[in-house]
Design a binder for this molecule. Structure first.
Ligand SMILES: Cc1cc2nc3c(=O)[nH]c(=O)nc-3n(C[C@H](O)[C@H](O)[C@H](O)COP(=O)(O)OP(=O)(O)OC[C@H]3O[C@@H](n4cnc5c(N)ncnc54)[C@H](O)[C@@H]3O)c2cc1C
Length: 380
């Protein structure tokens, strides 16, 4: 049995694994990426709504976005690769009862340098048709928008390969254990030894921890996205979220995609698009978006994927207290696309320098659960 050796083994070739791999290789480390699927971006990365935004309520999340969005916005000029960034914006429709606390988070966003416009509901109607009852206002993020998560992931994979990173597809981790000064990772008959493990296995990260008896409190929840039939409107709708219900909608070419995340469900790799949930989403959303009454649905174009969810719906980025040489980068819920640049640079600095200097990710440490720390409210 041959054992392949590198400084770091990254588990998972989604957008975070790919970003970590490139940032680590850029710091001069030798890296192997092991991925159970046949290609990169086939986990949650390939299933997302592709949104990127600065509009969070806590400083640590706003800072991850303030680092990451400029990277996405300038990716092509920096690295010569198109990642499909489009500044279509996020439009948050805010009910009266949330307006004061929402404005407090806008003040924090402004203080930290995040561009966010405050609008009255009538002004906001220029972006997308909606009913204004019960709304106090809206906020629009001009940097916010979408990227193409496949293109971004593949860009980092290509860049990492150019620096010598070894990507192993169809290589599910089946066992791992401490060995000498590092780790031994097994995939069937293949063995990989390394000093450092980066657990970037998304919704599967908890299961990766379990393989070696480590607590990684991240589990899977199914999230569905529905696609409409073509609609008649020349405008490109921003990713618009009705904060009274959590229902969202945005343009996708000549259609819209829409949904409502069910975060109260039990953990599990539940499969399929659920007709009952579609009906619930339509009934919940039609009050705010009365044009949904006439909207056709393309069930064939609708899909589902998994959020990797931590106890507070924010990621875990940092050393696992149960093991030397193990970094978790998982549990991103609905924010793992938008925060992949910050995650990559932070993980690389932890391993190469022993501490982070570019982005402060201390808030996302394991030990925060059970501590009295601010909890993010803009989870969607
Ligand atoms: C419907 C939906 C909508 C979303 N919308 C957004 C959005 O608008 N904006 C946003 O920022 N985020 C969004 N997200 C969340 C985002 O998709 C994820 O947070 C992000 O893709 C996580 O990336 P990742 O690289 O950490 O994980 P993944 O992309 O899931 O990659 C993990 C990889 O690990 C691999 N793996 C698992 N187990 C093993 C094993 N044993 N051995 C080897 N490999 C293994 C998997 O095959 C997978 O490829 C959405 C998610 C869903 C499902």
């Amino acid at each position: 049995m041959t054992t392949h050796s590198s400084d770091v083994v990254v588990i998972g070739s989604g957008i975070n694994g790919a970003s970590c791999a490139w940032h680590l290789a850029d710091r001069g480390l030798s890296v192997t990426v092991v991925e159970k699927d046949a290609g990169p971006a086939m986990g949650s990365t390939g299933k997302s709504a592709a949104g990127v935004r600065v509009q969070f309520t806590t400083a640590p999340n706003i800072r991850l976005s303030l680092y990451s969005l400029p990277i996405f916005r300038t990716f092509e000029e920096r690295f010569g690769k198109d990642i499909g960034y489009r500044d279509i914006g996020y439009l948050l429709l805010v009910p009266e009862e949330r307006w004061e606390t929402h404005l407090e988070s806008v003040r924090l966003q402004h203080e930290l340098g995040a561009p966010v416009d405050v609008l009255d509901p009538v002004e906001a109607q220029r972006y997308v048709p909606f009913a204004t009852h019960g709304l106090a206002g809206a906020t629009y993020g001009p940097w916010d928008g979408i990227i193409d998560p496949h293109m971004a992931c593949l860009a980092w994979v290509e860049m990492a390969k150019e620096l010598g990173v070894d990507f192993r597809m169809n290589t599910p981790v089946t066992d791992l254990r401490p060995a000498g000064q590092g780790w031994l990772v097994e995939s069937g008959a293949e063995r990989f030894s390394c000093r450092w493990i980066v657990n970037a296995a998304g919704a599967w990260s908890g299961a990766i921890g379990t393989l070696t008896g480590l607590d990684v409190p991240v589990g899977p929840k199914r999230i569905q996205i529905f696609l409409s039939a073509p609609i008649e409107d020349e405008r490109t709708y921003p990713l618009t979220i009705d904060l009274s219900t959590g229902v969202y909608v945005r343009s996708e070419l000549d259609r819209v995609l829409f949904g409502l995340d069910n975060l109260d469900q039990a953990f599990g790799f539940t499969e399929g698009v659920d007709q009952e949930w579609l009906e619930h989403v339509l009934l919940t959303g039609v009050d705010r978006f009365p044009w949904w009454e006439e909207m056709g649905i393309d069930m064939g174009g609708s899909w589902w994927g998994y959020y990797g969810v931590s106890p507070d719906n924010s990621p875990i980025i940092g050393p696992n207290p149960g093991a030397d040489g193990w970094i978790d980068a998982c549990g991103f819920s609905g924010h793992g696309i938008m925060h992949a640049p910050a995650t990559g640079v932070a993980v690389a600095e932890m391993i190469a320098d022993g501490q982070t200097s570019t982005v402060d990710v201390d808030h996302f440490r394991h030990s925060r659960f059970g501590e009295d720390v601010p909890v993010e409210s803009n989870i969607f």
